[in-house]
Ligand binder design. Structure first.
Ligand code: MG
Length: 283
Protein backbone atom coordinates (compact mmCIF):
# COMPACT_ATOMS: atom_id res chain seq x y z
CA UNK A 1 0.00 0.00 0.00
CA UNK A 2 1.24 3.48 -0.88
CA UNK A 3 0.32 6.18 1.64
CA UNK A 4 0.57 9.80 0.48
CA UNK A 5 0.04 13.09 2.26
CA UNK A 6 -1.41 15.70 -0.02
CA UNK A 7 -3.13 19.05 -0.26
CA UNK A 8 -6.33 19.85 -2.07
CA UNK A 9 -6.53 23.61 -1.95
CA UNK A 10 -5.76 24.45 1.67
CA UNK A 11 -6.90 21.07 3.01
CA UNK A 12 -4.22 18.54 3.98
CA UNK A 13 -5.14 14.86 3.85
CA UNK A 14 -3.62 11.39 3.87
CA UNK A 15 -4.61 8.96 1.17
CA UNK A 16 -3.93 5.62 -0.47
CA UNK A 17 -2.32 5.90 -3.92
CA UNK A 18 -3.97 3.58 -6.40
CA UNK A 19 -2.76 2.52 -9.84
CA UNK A 20 0.58 1.57 -11.38
CA UNK A 21 3.28 4.25 -11.22
CA UNK A 22 4.75 2.77 -14.44
CA UNK A 23 8.08 1.48 -13.24
CA UNK A 24 9.30 4.26 -10.96
CA UNK A 25 12.95 3.27 -10.75
CA UNK A 26 13.68 1.56 -14.03
CA UNK A 27 11.83 3.95 -16.29
CA UNK A 28 14.04 6.84 -15.30
CA UNK A 29 16.94 5.32 -17.17
CA UNK A 30 14.88 4.87 -20.31
CA UNK A 31 14.61 7.01 -23.37
CA UNK A 32 12.60 9.79 -21.79
CA UNK A 33 13.52 13.11 -23.34
CA UNK A 34 10.77 15.24 -21.89
CA UNK A 35 12.39 16.92 -18.90
CA UNK A 36 9.10 18.24 -17.63
CA UNK A 37 7.55 14.79 -17.66
CA UNK A 38 10.58 13.28 -15.95
CA UNK A 39 10.40 15.91 -13.23
CA UNK A 40 6.72 15.18 -12.63
CA UNK A 41 6.31 13.39 -9.29
CA UNK A 42 2.64 12.75 -10.07
CA UNK A 43 2.53 10.12 -12.79
CA UNK A 44 -0.61 10.27 -14.84
CA UNK A 45 -3.12 7.51 -14.27
CA UNK A 46 -2.64 7.40 -10.50
CA UNK A 47 -5.41 8.33 -8.14
CA UNK A 48 -5.33 8.98 -4.41
CA UNK A 49 -8.17 7.70 -2.22
CA UNK A 50 -8.65 10.04 0.71
CA UNK A 51 -8.30 8.64 4.25
CA UNK A 52 -10.07 9.92 7.32
CA UNK A 53 -7.53 10.83 9.97
CA UNK A 54 -3.89 9.76 9.69
CA UNK A 55 -2.10 6.43 9.50
CA UNK A 56 0.25 6.81 12.49
CA UNK A 57 -0.08 5.75 16.09
CA UNK A 58 -1.79 2.93 17.99
CA UNK A 59 -5.34 3.97 17.10
CA UNK A 60 -4.61 4.51 13.43
CA UNK A 61 -6.52 2.58 10.83
CA UNK A 62 -6.96 3.04 7.13
CA UNK A 63 -10.55 4.23 6.68
CA UNK A 64 -11.38 5.80 3.34
CA UNK A 65 -13.82 8.69 3.00
CA UNK A 66 -14.80 7.69 -0.54
CA UNK A 67 -13.29 10.81 -2.13
CA UNK A 68 -10.75 10.17 -4.89
CA UNK A 69 -8.52 12.58 -6.78
CA UNK A 70 -6.16 12.19 -9.73
CA UNK A 71 -2.66 12.45 -8.26
CA UNK A 72 -1.86 14.98 -10.97
CA UNK A 73 -4.57 17.27 -9.54
CA UNK A 74 -3.30 17.35 -5.95
CA UNK A 75 -0.12 18.68 -4.38
CA UNK A 76 1.93 15.86 -2.91
CA UNK A 77 3.48 16.87 0.42
CA UNK A 78 6.21 15.20 2.45
CA UNK A 79 4.45 11.93 3.35
CA UNK A 80 5.16 12.35 7.05
CA UNK A 81 6.07 15.16 9.47
CA UNK A 82 8.56 13.46 11.79
CA UNK A 83 9.44 14.68 15.28
CA UNK A 84 13.04 13.86 14.34
CA UNK A 85 15.10 12.42 11.52
CA UNK A 86 17.83 10.01 12.56
CA UNK A 87 20.43 9.47 9.85
CA UNK A 88 23.29 7.05 9.33
CA UNK A 89 26.67 8.10 7.98
CA UNK A 90 29.10 5.96 5.96
CA UNK A 91 26.87 2.92 5.63
CA UNK A 92 27.97 1.96 2.09
CA UNK A 93 31.65 1.00 1.71
CA UNK A 94 32.29 2.74 -1.60
CA UNK A 95 30.68 5.96 -0.38
CA UNK A 96 32.76 6.00 2.80
CA UNK A 97 35.90 5.55 0.72
CA UNK A 98 35.00 8.17 -1.89
CA UNK A 99 35.15 10.77 0.90
CA UNK A 100 38.38 9.37 2.31
CA UNK A 101 36.90 7.42 5.22
CA UNK A 102 36.79 3.81 6.26
CA UNK A 103 33.37 2.55 7.34
CA UNK A 104 32.75 2.66 11.09
CA UNK A 105 32.61 -0.57 13.07
CA UNK A 106 29.32 0.53 14.60
CA UNK A 107 26.57 2.62 12.94
CA UNK A 108 27.45 6.33 12.86
CA UNK A 109 24.30 8.25 13.75
CA UNK A 110 23.40 11.91 13.50
CA UNK A 111 20.22 13.99 13.54
CA UNK A 112 18.55 16.26 11.04
CA UNK A 113 15.96 18.72 12.34
CA UNK A 114 12.29 18.22 11.53
CA UNK A 115 12.32 21.69 9.95
CA UNK A 116 14.58 20.40 7.14
CA UNK A 117 11.75 18.30 5.69
CA UNK A 118 10.23 19.27 2.35
CA UNK A 119 8.00 17.41 -0.08
CA UNK A 120 8.22 16.53 -3.76
CA UNK A 121 6.80 19.87 -4.92
CA UNK A 122 9.30 21.96 -2.97
CA UNK A 123 12.71 23.34 -3.87
CA UNK A 124 16.02 22.54 -2.20
CA UNK A 125 17.39 25.97 -1.28
CA UNK A 126 21.18 26.25 -1.31
CA UNK A 127 22.40 28.52 1.53
CA UNK A 128 24.84 30.06 -0.91
CA UNK A 129 26.12 32.77 1.43
CA UNK A 130 27.25 30.13 3.94
CA UNK A 131 28.18 27.16 1.77
CA UNK A 132 29.85 26.82 -1.62
CA UNK A 133 29.29 23.06 -1.89
CA UNK A 134 25.87 21.48 -1.40
CA UNK A 135 25.63 17.77 -2.27
CA UNK A 136 22.77 15.35 -2.94
CA UNK A 137 22.69 12.00 -1.09
CA UNK A 138 19.97 9.62 -2.28
CA UNK A 139 18.84 7.33 0.54
CA UNK A 140 16.25 4.75 1.54
CA UNK A 141 14.20 6.14 4.44
CA UNK A 142 12.43 4.08 7.10
CA UNK A 143 9.17 5.54 8.45
CA UNK A 144 8.23 4.28 11.91
CA UNK A 145 4.64 3.45 12.82
CA UNK A 146 4.94 3.01 16.57
CA UNK A 147 6.45 4.53 19.65
CA UNK A 148 9.34 2.25 20.55
CA UNK A 149 12.58 1.93 22.47
CA UNK A 150 15.14 -0.89 22.85
CA UNK A 151 13.79 -2.85 19.91
CA UNK A 152 15.63 -6.17 19.50
CA UNK A 153 16.65 -6.92 15.88
CA UNK A 154 14.10 -9.71 15.58
CA UNK A 155 11.20 -7.37 16.39
CA UNK A 156 12.20 -4.48 14.13
CA UNK A 157 9.58 -5.30 11.45
CA UNK A 158 6.85 -4.65 14.05
CA UNK A 159 7.78 -0.99 14.42
CA UNK A 160 8.34 -0.11 10.74
CA UNK A 161 5.35 1.46 9.00
CA UNK A 162 6.96 1.65 5.57
CA UNK A 163 9.64 3.16 3.36
CA UNK A 164 10.09 6.27 1.28
CA UNK A 165 12.79 8.04 -0.73
CA UNK A 166 14.99 10.66 0.90
CA UNK A 167 17.68 13.09 -0.07
CA UNK A 168 20.14 13.76 2.76
CA UNK A 169 21.22 17.11 1.35
CA UNK A 170 24.58 18.10 2.82
CA UNK A 171 26.73 21.25 2.86
CA UNK A 172 29.92 19.30 2.27
CA UNK A 173 32.28 22.19 2.99
CA UNK A 174 30.65 22.91 6.36
CA UNK A 175 30.65 19.20 7.23
CA UNK A 176 34.44 19.28 6.92
CA UNK A 177 35.05 22.63 8.61
CA UNK A 178 32.66 22.27 11.55
CA UNK A 179 33.91 18.94 12.90
CA UNK A 180 30.32 17.85 13.55
CA UNK A 181 27.39 17.81 11.21
CA UNK A 182 24.50 19.76 12.71
CA UNK A 183 24.91 22.77 10.44
CA UNK A 184 25.96 20.85 7.32
CA UNK A 185 22.94 18.55 7.51
CA UNK A 186 20.44 20.87 9.17
CA UNK A 187 19.52 23.70 6.82
CA UNK A 188 15.88 24.22 5.93
CA UNK A 189 14.93 22.15 2.84
CA UNK A 190 17.84 19.69 3.38
CA UNK A 191 15.56 16.65 3.88
CA UNK A 192 13.29 16.04 0.90
CA UNK A 193 10.98 13.05 1.53
CA UNK A 194 8.50 11.27 -0.76
CA UNK A 195 6.69 10.84 -3.02
CA UNK A 196 4.76 8.51 -0.68
CA UNK A 197 5.29 5.70 1.87
CA UNK A 198 5.29 2.12 0.58
CA UNK A 199 4.15 -0.17 3.39
CA UNK A 200 4.60 -3.55 1.66
CA UNK A 201 8.16 -3.88 0.42
CA UNK A 202 11.12 -6.17 1.04
CA UNK A 203 14.01 -3.71 1.04
CA UNK A 204 16.86 -6.18 1.42
CA UNK A 205 17.85 -5.75 -2.25
CA UNK A 206 16.19 -2.84 -4.04
CA UNK A 207 17.83 -0.57 -6.58
CA UNK A 208 18.49 3.05 -5.63
CA UNK A 209 19.22 5.55 -8.39
CA UNK A 210 19.95 9.27 -8.10
CA UNK A 211 19.90 11.46 -11.18
CA UNK A 212 20.75 15.13 -11.64
CA UNK A 213 19.19 16.66 -14.75
CA UNK A 214 18.50 13.08 -15.92
CA UNK A 215 22.18 12.09 -15.65
CA UNK A 216 22.69 9.04 -13.42
CA UNK A 217 24.96 9.88 -10.47
CA UNK A 218 24.24 7.08 -7.98
CA UNK A 219 23.15 3.57 -8.98
CA UNK A 220 23.35 1.00 -6.21
CA UNK A 221 21.39 -1.50 -4.16
CA UNK A 222 20.29 -1.63 -0.56
CA UNK A 223 21.90 -5.08 -0.47
CA UNK A 224 25.18 -3.17 -0.02
CA UNK A 225 24.22 -1.56 3.30
CA UNK A 226 27.04 -2.26 5.75
CA UNK A 227 24.71 -2.29 8.76
CA UNK A 228 21.31 -3.69 7.81
CA UNK A 229 17.97 -2.23 8.81
CA UNK A 230 17.40 -4.52 11.79
CA UNK A 231 20.83 -3.58 13.14
CA UNK A 232 20.28 0.14 12.57
CA UNK A 233 16.87 0.28 14.25
CA UNK A 234 18.03 -1.78 17.21
CA UNK A 235 21.12 0.41 17.59
CA UNK A 236 19.21 3.71 17.37
CA UNK A 237 16.39 2.66 19.70
CA UNK A 238 18.94 1.68 22.33
CA UNK A 239 19.74 5.40 22.45
CA UNK A 240 16.46 7.25 21.99
CA UNK A 241 12.71 6.74 21.94
CA UNK A 242 11.25 6.68 18.46
CA UNK A 243 7.85 8.29 17.97
CA UNK A 244 5.24 7.35 15.36
CA UNK A 245 6.16 9.05 12.10
CA UNK A 246 9.85 9.43 12.91
CA UNK A 247 12.21 8.76 10.03
CA UNK A 248 15.55 6.97 9.77
CA UNK A 249 17.80 7.60 6.75
CA UNK A 250 19.89 4.50 6.05
CA UNK A 251 22.91 6.09 4.36
CA UNK A 252 23.91 6.95 0.81
CA UNK A 253 25.82 4.89 -1.76
CA UNK A 254 28.78 6.11 -3.80
CA UNK A 255 28.46 8.86 -6.38
CA UNK A 256 27.56 11.90 -4.28
CA UNK A 257 28.16 15.26 -5.92
CA UNK A 258 27.21 18.92 -6.01
CA UNK A 259 23.94 20.64 -6.81
CA UNK A 260 23.66 24.09 -8.32
CA UNK A 261 20.71 26.41 -8.82
CA UNK A 262 18.55 25.25 -11.70
CA UNK A 263 19.33 21.55 -11.22
CA UNK A 264 16.61 18.93 -10.90
CA UNK A 265 17.55 16.01 -8.64
CA UNK A 266 15.64 12.72 -8.44
CA UNK A 267 15.99 9.82 -6.02
CA UNK A 268 14.30 6.68 -7.38
CA UNK A 269 13.93 3.50 -5.34
CA UNK A 270 12.65 0.32 -6.92
CA UNK A 271 9.24 -0.58 -5.53
CA UNK A 272 8.64 2.85 -3.99
CA UNK A 273 8.76 5.62 -6.59
CA UNK A 274 10.70 8.74 -7.51
CA UNK A 275 11.31 11.83 -5.38
CA UNK A 276 12.12 14.85 -7.53
CA UNK A 277 13.12 18.32 -6.36
CA UNK A 278 14.38 21.41 -8.10
CA UNK A 279 17.30 23.41 -6.70
CA UNK A 280 17.46 27.15 -6.11
CA UNK A 281 19.78 29.62 -4.39
CA UNK A 282 18.67 31.51 -1.31
CA UNK A 283 19.04 34.92 -2.96
MG1 MG B 1 23.59 10.63 4.21
Amino acid sequence: MRIARFAVGDEVRYGVVEGDPAGPAGSRNGTGTDADADADASPSGLTVAEMSGHPFGPAAEVALTGARYPVADVRLLAPVLPSKIVAIGRNYLEHARELGNEPPAEPLIFLKPSTAVIGPADAIVRPDRLSQRVDFEGELAIVFGRLCRDVPPGRVPEVIFGYTCANDVTARDLQASDGQWARAKGFDTFCPLGPWIETDLDVTDVRLTTTVNDEVKQDSSTSLLIHDIATLVSYVTAVMTILPGDVLLTGTPAGVGPLVAGDTVSVAIEGIGTLTNRVTDSD
